[in-house]
Write a protein that binds this ligand. Structure first.
Ligand code: NAD
Length: 300
């Protein structure tokens, strides 16, 4: 049985702010920790803005969004921030040394009962398990950006995570309105990116090999599978820069000339021209009325 009441969110940036507010919105007491008051003030503003988002997207009332905000406290003293924590959700920068250092300090000041969860997108929990000093009470709890509507929570064990802790965190994720997706083994990229990254990579490789153009590749996928979006429409949502970083890292790590060709194509034809995806109004398609959304796109 999950009996968590007090949740600490460490790191109050893009994701940490969202996790804190979503958790408070579902009735938990939330303590937000960040390195200094300046960072906490930015977080307060970020979280305050989420009130309007929850009203618009979830039809929440003023009373509900205000009382959620009041359940959040802010602290730059780690020991105080985790004093009563049942669970600490870590959303600090994706840098191994920063996270290792944080877990070493956290392990010393958190109560013995406290469970630690990392929201890391690319680093595996086993990498930090020893630093926590409590490997059995440590695992990954990975949210997606815009948590209130993209409500996946990938809950992933490392080999030393206690089964009971795994089950409690799954229950907790459900209690804050998430669809909990259990991963019983460690997997880089969790489930979503293990599927998405190779899929998007295959589409970019077809383009770099000049097998077919963007629209033909997307159309093939959309007609063939009934999917509402093709890979290049998805890349425009992910952002061309993020996709470029992934493929460049692959090119560097493997020395694969084809990956380098994909990276060069992304840089020269898109990034250098400011075509970064949906957010900038143009990527592989032009927005707000991209050709793939036109009624005759799938017809010819
Ligand atoms: P961010 O840069 O927006 O926020 C990081 C926050 O951590 C900042 O407020 C910073 O002041 C604080 N911080 C820095 N050092 C710290 C320390 N030692 N202790 C406590 N706080 C510290 O980063 P983000 O995008 O919110 O990402 C945070 C984590 O969440 C990363 O592990 C990332 O992989 C993961 N994540 C991000 C997204 C996303 O879409 N941004 C999605 C899923 C998971």
């Amino acid at each position: 049985m999950m009996e968590y009441k007090n949740i600490t969110v460490a790191g109050s940036g893009v994701l940490g702010s969202q996790i804190a507010y979503q958790t408070a919105f579902h009735g938990f007491n939330v303590s937000v920790y960040d390195i200094n008051d300046e960072a906490l003030n930015v977080a307060k503003e970020r979280i305050n803005k989420l009130k309007d988002v929850y009203k618009a997207d979830l039809n929440a009332t003023d009373a509900v969004v205000d009382s959620a905000f009041k359940r959040i406290s802010f602290n730059s003293d780690l020991a105080k921030a985790v004093k009563n924590a049942d669970l600490v959700i870590e959303a600090i920068p994706e840098v191994v040394s920063i996270k290792t250092d944080f877990y070493e300090k956290l392990g010393q000041v958190a109560p013995e009962k406290t469970v630690f969860a990392t929201n890391s997108s690319t680093l595996l929990p086993s990498q930090f398990a020893e630093a926590t000093g409590r490997p059995g009470k440590f695992l990954a709890l990975h949210f997606a950006n815009e948590i209130w509507k993209n409500n996946t929570a990938e809950v992933m064990k490392h080999p030393g995570t206690d089964e009971s802790v795994f089950n409690e965190v799954i229950e907790f994720a459900k209690a804050i309105g998430m669809v909990a997706l259990p991963l019983h083994k460690e997997q880089p990229g969790y489930i979503l990116n293990s599927l998405l990254v190779p899929f998007l990579d295959a589409a970019q490789t077809l383009l770099a090999r000049e097998v077919a153009d963007v629209e033909t590749i997307d159309k093939t996928w959309m007609i063939g599978t009934g999917a509402p979006l093709g890979p290049f429409a998805i890349l425009d949502i992910v952002g061309v820069t993020t996709a470029y970083h992934i493929v460049s890292a692959k090119a560097q790590a493997t020395g694969n000339p084809e990956a380098q060709k994909v990276a060069d194509l992304m840089k020269e034809n898109y990034i250098d021209k400011g075509k970064l995806g949906r957010e900038t109004g143009e990527g592989f398609y032009k927005y707000p009325n991209p050709s793939f959304a036109q009624p005759d796109f799938l017809k010819g």
